[in-house]
Design a protein around this ligand. Structure first.
Ligand SMILES: [Zn+2]
Length: 482
């Protein structure tokens, strides 16, 4: 075979292999047909690397449908969290179950207690060996691992031989309105930054039609009652997302878990002020975020920086807010972060902040959803002044960063970064719709085998790390059938 023919064949084989991988990645276990009134009206289907679930009814029904339809995915994700928490926080899963039962559960509204019980009943009906405290621990894992445990260690003055877990840097996001967008209405977009083991499973689209409150369309994780990375819209016109506050320290065990507040705000907020009030009430400090909130009814956008000691809110009817894991308020940075340096241009949050500002200003008056998709896949590193997919690009590829990101506890080449992206605008939100891409928003694939071969220090991830194959940008809307 001559060289071009060999190349051609190699390309064909490559395409075939990636297609096969993609098909197998989305192939779902068929859901057994169970005659149970609690399942009435619910269904699931797969598209573009995502699994769409429609849930409706009372909290018990929504929970049971969730647990039953996603039982294999919930079992798989529980395994991921058990492996990650054991390695990263040196606590076994029993610690999380116990903390979920004693610290989180008493502060969860009865509506969501019933939904969590429903999820446990649903997975049990599929023969999955997880109980209520596993489901509560899963929902609370992020806030327990990276907020409660560091607080516990500091307050008990634990002689901890291990590096302390740290508040993570999760996500890149913007919201724009008025003279910044093409049609003058709101555009909102978000990429989820997570470990690849988590992110390649963060591909559920939840269409929830509850008996009380607003209808919700959001992305999420199997077994979780809130979005987790927090991208969603409701039928009262509220559009939300967030990114975490890097190096945040603070926790209140008597507060309401973040996952419960986030779900309640999504379900019950009819205005920006409602959303902010629900997030603030009983704040436990867990998963402290900068929230981007829009109301398509008014075109107004807002930014909520939710610390425990310091809370700031900004509103705009014309303009934008960007977010990439940096706090804005100097008082919050001083009192509630572990020394976040807002002047260090080599840091991921600050480098992405500069890039967001560049993109917003350069595209004033032109921003729409297709442009938002491009922004989420952007690879410009403003510190190096070059196109380079790494820890500083809006589409994060920490696995390609020799430095890792120490302030988030990520060593060199840690397999973490942008794992999926979503965008919507006011008109799409009016139809309860958004567009989403599974995998890196730029469309690049991640392959676990060569990565693990090159980085044996991450061998411990072998049981949970799989290929992360990018799907196409895919539109979803509430109530759609297969
Ligand atoms: Zn990328």
């Amino acid at each position: 075979m001559d060289v071009p023919a060999r190349l051609f064949r190699a390309v064909l084989v490559g395409i075939a292999v990636s297609c096969l991988t993609w098909v197998s990645a989305v192939a779902a276990t068929p859901v057994p047909n169970l005659k149970d009134a609690r399942l009435a009206g619910s269904y699931r289907f797969e598209r573009g690397g995502w699994t769409y679930v429609h849930l409706q009814g009372t909290p018990q029904q929504i929970g049971f449908q969730h647990g039953y339809l996603l039982a294999p995915e919930i079992a798989d994700y529980a395994h991921v969290l058990k492996v990650e928490t054991k390695h990263n926080t040196h606590r076994d899963w029993q610690f999380y179950r116990e903390a979920g039962r004693t610290i989180l559960w008493p502060h969860v509204d009865s509506e969501y207690q019933k939904e969590l019980q429903g999820i446990a009943a649903g997975v049990a009906a599929r023969g999955v060996n997880l109980d209520l405290w596993d489901i509560v621990a899963m929902n609370g894992e992020e806030e327990l691992a990276d907020y409660y445990i560091p607080w516990l260690d500091r307050n008990s003055h634990a002689a901890n031989a291990y590096p302390e877990p740290k508040a993570p840097g999760k996500c890149s996001a913007f919201i724009a309105t008025g003279s910044y967008t093409k049609d003058g209405k709101i555009v909102i977009a978000h990429s989820n930054w997570s470990s690849y083991a988590e992110g390649e499973r963060w591909v559920i689209v939840f269409d929830i039609q509850p008996t009380h409150g607003h209808r919700i369309l959001m992305d999420g994780l199997p077994g979780f009652i809130d979005s987790g990375d927090d991208f969603g819209i409701n039928d009262a016109g509220i559009m939300i997302t967030e990114t975490t506050i890097s190096q945040f320290i603070g926790w209140n065990s008597n507060g309401i878990p973040e996952f419960a507040r986030a779900r309640k705000a999504m379900q019950y907020a009819s205005s920006i002020d409602d959303y902010i009030a629900i997030m603030r009430k009983g704040n436990n400090g867990g998963y402290a975020n900068d929230w981007l909130i829009g109301d398509r009814k008014t075109g107004e956008i807002a930014y909520l920086e939710l610390g425990l000691k310091h809370v700031s809110v900004w509103h705009k009817k014309d303009g934008y807010f960007i977010s990439s894991n940096f706090a804005r308020d100097p008082a919050l940075i001083r009192d509630e972060t572990d020394g976040f340096d807002a002047t260090d241009k080599s840091s991921s949050p600050n480098a992405r902040r500069i890039r967001w500002e560049q993109l917003m200003r350069a595209n004033k008056g032109k921003i729409d959803v297709p442009m938002a998709e491009q922004f989420l896949g952007d690879h410009y590193d403003t510190f190096l002044h070059e196109e380079k997919a790494d820890q500083r690009s809006l589409c994060g590829h920490v696995d390609q960063a020799p430095e890792g990101v120490a302030v988030w506890g990520h060593g060199p080449y840690y397999p973490d970064g942008a794992v999926q992206g979503k965008a919507t605008d006011s008109d799409m939100a009016a139809k309860m719709s958004f567009v989403a891409r599974a995998g890196h928003p730029c469309g690049e694939n991640f392959y676990a085998k060569p990565f693990l071969a090159a980085h044996p220090e991450y061998d411990w991830m072998k049981p949970i790390l799989k290929d992360m194959i990018a799907g196409p940008w895919t539109v979803f809307h509430s109530g759609e059938q297969k």
